[in-house]
Design a protein around this ligand. Sequence first.
Ligand SMILES: Cc1cc2nc3c(=O)[nH]c(=O)nc-3n(C[C@H](O)[C@H](O)[C@H](O)COP(=O)(O)OP(=O)(O)OC[C@H]3O[C@@H](n4cnc5c(N)ncnc54)[C@H](O)[C@@H]3O)c2cc1C
Length: 348
Amino acid sequence: MKKVVLIGGGFAGSLIARKLEKHFNVTLIDSKNYFEFTPGILRTIVEPKHLNKIQILHKNYLKKTRIFLGNVNEIGKDYVKVNHQKIKFDYLCICSGSRYKAPIKEQNLIITARATHLRNNYDRLCKANKILIIGGGIVGVELAAEIFTHYPNKEITIVHSKNKLMERNNDKTIKYAEKFLTKKGVKIIYNEKVIDAKENGKIYHTDKNREIKTDLAFLCTGIIPNFEFMKKNFNNRLDEKSHIKINKYLQLEEAENIFVAGDVNSTEVEKTAQNSKIQAKIVVKNLISLEKNKKLKEYEQDRTALVISLGKWDGIFESNKLTFTGIMPGIMKSIIEWKEMAGLRFRR
Ligand SMILES: Cc1cc2nc3c(=O)[nH]c(=O)nc-3n(C[C@H](O)[C@H](O)[C@H](O)COP(=O)(O)OP(=O)(O)OC[C@H]3O[C@@H](n4cnc5c(N)ncnc54)[C@H](O)[C@@H]3O)c2cc1C
């Protein structure tokens, strides 16, 4: 059996492992030993018990895959290096996802992509009166909604560098979110960037000289891909934002046995779990086709539907120009989470 190595057990990597483990000798290398439904992580800040619902050990849903805990720090055309060990492969799938960049150096700042950090902050959140959210993209908006739904008396401020929230979404989506937040008393500051933090994370300054005093701050700004293992041999395959450049079949340019799916690649689609899974399915198909000398399938960068939750009982469903709001999209998000996790827990 040929050897397939996967880097990262998030949405893309875990799906590829499940689909390929019957046909190949699969090794999943992940810096954590569990899969986590990241879109549900914001709820764990206000409901720590929710964490049990969104995590599952890789070994509990993978049947034949060899699971290797570690951080890949170098790759070549037929090997990866992890924990000073070299692992050879016939095919490699890079699914290492992304993390948040932290432009502001401050111990007290909570970075929303860091799940472990995030869920340990429940006590701090309970005690805080003033909360600052840096970044008004989808994550910042969902986080503000989660917090005020649970704690309506907390004073929440969002600082956003653009002139509207979630600027890549439809106007109706944006207006609904804005109205939803402001009606509940969330203060939104537009066209300003937070540039530094002082007093152990109690005072922040924006580029327009505004001073914001807060008890707790969350950083919800743009993501950066986990690309560092590319530097030694494939630095020229990174784009200007350090995403891994790929061809239309999701292969690394000039290395057709290496596929790249999810947040880490250079596709222009929104970096979502849904898109990571769509790409993972293409990778599975193409890897099998390559093995059988069949034609590969192109990845079409379509805009996919999006569900944005505004607390447990409200939300927005957006598909192309269509937007639905209210309780149904709110519930939809919980159903998607339940379905994803049940699919892993009860996998036959
Ligand atoms: C707070 C938050 C809310 C979100 N909400 C939504 C939502 O509602 N809907 C939606 O569709 N998307 C949402 N997203 C985006 C979604 O979570 C990501 O697009 C998705 O997780 C990307 O999947 P992935 O498989 O590419 O990478 P990830 O899920 O990031 O997984 C990457 C894996 O690779 C591992 N890894 C990284 N580097 C290495 C290395 N060098 N060696 C070994 N392992 C490594 C990581 O530990 C991780 O396990 C949200 C993201 C955040 C942060």
